[in-house]
Design a protein around this ligand. Sequence first.
Ligand code: UDP
Ligand code: MG
Length: 316
Amino acid sequence: MQEAQNLFISIIIPCFNEEQVISHTYERVDKTMKSFKHGGYELIFINDGSRDKTLEILRGISQKDSHVKILSFSRNFGHQPAVTAGINICLGDIAIIIDADLQDPPELFPEMVKIYLEQNANVVYGLRKERKGETFFKRVSAKYFYKTINFLSDTPLPVDTGDFRLIDKHVIEAFRSLPEKNKYIRGLISWIGFKQVPVMYVREERFAGETKYPLSKMIKFASTSLLYFSKKPLKLALTIGLISIVIGIGLAIWVLTGLIYRTNSIVPGWASTIIALIFFGGIQLLTIGVLGEYLGNMFEEIKNRPEYIIHEKINF
Ligand code: UDP
Ligand code: MG
């Protein structure tokens, strides 16, 4: 078994406009890291284009504590690119990803490391047994999001998990080798495999400030996770297309036999014509839309642009 004192630990903290919490976060993380045995650590704060004082505050902290490293982006690239940057640059034997807003408790780190060591796990992921202070909409949308994604996705995802997790060197290396640009991190880590063990925790209320995930970002996140992990929407489009063809043929036969044998009066058929027109028009637009989404994603990937642009590195 590996020993805790040989482990160098990287803590990855994405921050976007977190001036109200960031010094508390640092204090709690710092306190936790000093409270248990390990072989050294680094705290990587990724400043994801904050427009408030987050970077200044972090800069101040980094001057006093050389464990604190800052990666500052040229603009806001998003939560997932920020975490990706942390995983790409970290030096640890293990890394722990945690939100900056103290919804995930840093005090859980020792427990996570213990589980990692004792159970020989490669991933220890936080499983929310309770979510405090989240809006009804957030809870319901999250629940149905995970249900849908598990129904559609080829890679099963544990429900009620976020990106709060410990990953080891094998997973870090596997993650770095993934070429896709648009990353849905918790899905990818689940896809990578190895031994993944949950640790239960209570998801607290955001310490201060408000969510940096407005509806638009949530939709983008959900669509990436769906379209990158499943080809089922495409198959669904195909199935709907086939069904409508069968209905169409059935209808044609009915109309023609009616005409030949004069068994039905199809002349006052305006309503049925319009209904069919609208219905099949809708299906066509829907399926073209699904195709378009996949095409758009391929376009994004083919452009092969970097996932983020680093403006400044401090203490690296
Ligand atoms: N975040 C980020 N870039 C963004 C949005 C969010 O780095 O564009 C960070 C944010 O600072 C926080 C984490 O990602 O540390 C999760 O965001 P938030 O707490 O706002 O999401 P929620 O918990 O409401 O889903
Ligand atoms: Mg949060």
